[in-house]
Design a protein around this ligand. Structure first.
Ligand code: SAM
Length: 472
């Protein structure tokens, strides 16, 4: 039985409700009146529920799809402006006891090199990342209670925050590790993490169990209920995602929104971010052996519909996607991008030799951070290295309130400009510095509150004079 407020996975992600939703969407995919009604509701910025959004996903009328895209662009502009927050993943360890059939870190893979960073190696990685200009990381690790216990993860977080190299600093560490206990989530919260990210992989229980045949991750309920435990442990910024390519995308999309609705209904705050990874080629993984890959147009439609269904939730696109695909989906509501990512353990400080790989998957966007920043600026986006919200205690519903009140232009926008200024001063190539400085001048003019505008201008001058880390 579907129950949005239940704490049981099979009730808040009810298979029956998803199947009913898909049947309802199929029955209404050409129902222009209903589609217009749903689009009008979305125009009021009230978001859409999984049933409404699924009708739009099923609809293949070109003019209606263009309306969805236009609306996604408008909502992105209204709530997020032209900022794109930058981050990089940091792989700590690829030891793993699970049997995930799509991931090369699975236990039975005997030829992938296994590696776990020592604290000295973590420090080297962090210095390499700081030297590129990164301020925000997402740490990644396989699940292995012996090799990667929570104490190891906590120690790494401490090391990461402690490194202050030249003008560099990692100011926000997001964490993407396997589902764990309330007690461990509390420890992560106390260690000062930003978002706890956990991809559901698939919401379809039967497929989930087949795709995770062995190891602790096999337990669908434990995995699906992880975000409730994370919230119970005090983490109020959580990041959802499914791995597109494993199951039917329409099933996943409905499940993803039901999960977001459940978090909002039970905890009063929806997911902070949604990631949209697609399955990639990796060591012993061939994505062509999975039947449910989605093409770029479907991918773009999913991104646009996430934006209009959950307007206050950030959307993350990783370097699993190529420059071309990133360009296609950026205007449709993306708010965070990774840049210059390495998915190998220790890959930032020392690029891997050809014959020893610890990589999780092939990266499709291999540009440097400076190239990505330059490209964003040329397209009129503001690459932002801002981490202010969580450092000011604006997490969970407090961030959502800022977003809902459209205060982004008086707060996130100047913060983005100030952190871009830091990047330009410390790490940018001469060309990026030149075009970035012009962008900052133009964008300062857009700050509506005159006091905020004056202060931001002053801080930006201070940054040119060598001072760092200002924020609203
Ligand atoms: N091990 C952790 C867990 O159990 O959730 C998370 C860390 S893992 C490094 C991060 C994510 O990478 C996984 O949740 C999965 O969605 C994704 N991933 C695994 N194999 C992949 C592949 N072949 N292509 C693309 N993404 C993949």
């Amino acid at each position: 039985m579907y129950d949005i407020k239940s704490f049981k996975a099979e009730e808040f992600i009810s298979d029956e409700e998803i199947l009913d939703t898909l049947a309802y969407a199929d029955a209404n995919k050409d129902n222009v009146d209903l589609i217009d009604e749903i689009l009008n509701k979305a125009r009021e910025r009230k978001g859409l529920n999984h049933r409404e959004a699924s009708v739009l996903l099923a609809c293949d009328m070109e003019d209606k799809i263009q309306e969805m895209y236009a609306l996604a662009k408008q909502i992105k502009e209204d709530y997020y402006g032209n900022r794109i927050v930058m981050f990089a993943p940091l792989y700590l360890s690829n030891y793993c006891v699970n049997g995930c059939v799509y991931c090369p870190y699975h236990l039975k893979n005997k030829h992938i090199a296994r590696k776990k960073l020592t604290q000295e190696e973590v420090a080297k990685e962090v210095i390499a990342l700081q030297d590129m200009g990164h301020k925000r990381l997402a740490i990644e690790a396989g699940e292995d209670p012996v090799n990667n216990p929570i104490e190891y993860i906590l120690e790494c977080i401490d090391t990461i925050y402690s490194i202050k190299h030249k003008n560099g600093a990692i100011r926000r560490v997001n964490v993407n590790i396997a589902a764990t206990t309330v007690e461990n989530y509390r420890k992560l919260h106390d260690a000062g993490i930003g978002t706890y990210i956990l991809f559901q992989e698939t919401y379809n229980k039967k497929s989930y169990e087949e795709l995770h045949p062995t190891g602790p991750k096999h337990d669908y309920a434990y995995h699906t209920e992880a975000m409730d435990r994370a919230m119970e442990g005090g983490i109020d910024d959580v990041g959802l995602g499914v791995l597109f390519g494993l199951e039917l995308y329409r099933y996943e999309f409905a499940g993803l929104l039901m999960h977001a609705e459940h978090l909002e209904a039970v905890h009063g705050v929806g997911p902070h971010t949604i990631s949209v990874p697609r399955l990639k080629r990796a060591d012993d993984i061939d994505p062509d052996t999975f039947d449910n890959g989605i093409d770029d147009d479907t991918f773009a439609k999913i991104c646009a519909l996430i934006r209009i269904s959950v307007p206050y939730t950030g959307m993350i696109i990783s370097t699993r996607e190529s420059q071309a695909v990133r360009e296609k989906v950026l205007p449709l509501g993306v708010s965070q991008l990774s840049g210059a990512s390495r998915t190998s353990v220790g890959g930032y400080a020392e690029p891997e030799a050809e014959d020893v790989t610890t990589e999780q998957f092939d990266v499709s966007d291999n540009r440097t951070l400076d190239e990505v920043v330059n490209w964003l600026i040329k397209m009129g986006h503001i690459p932002s290295f801002c981490t202010a919200c969580y450092r000011e205690g604006r997490t969970g519903d407090r961030f959502m309130t800022l977003c809902k009140n459209m205060q982004i232009l008086n707060c996130c926008h100047p913060n983005a400009l100030m952190t871009l200024k830091e990047y330009l001063e410390d790490y940018a190539s001469p060309e990026t510095k030149e075009i970035g400085s012009k962008l900052i001048e133009q964008e300062l003019e857009k700050i509506p509150n005159p006091k905020v505008k004056a202060t931001a201008t002053e801080y930006i001058h201070n940054i040119a004079d060598g001072k760092r880390d200002f924020r609203f």
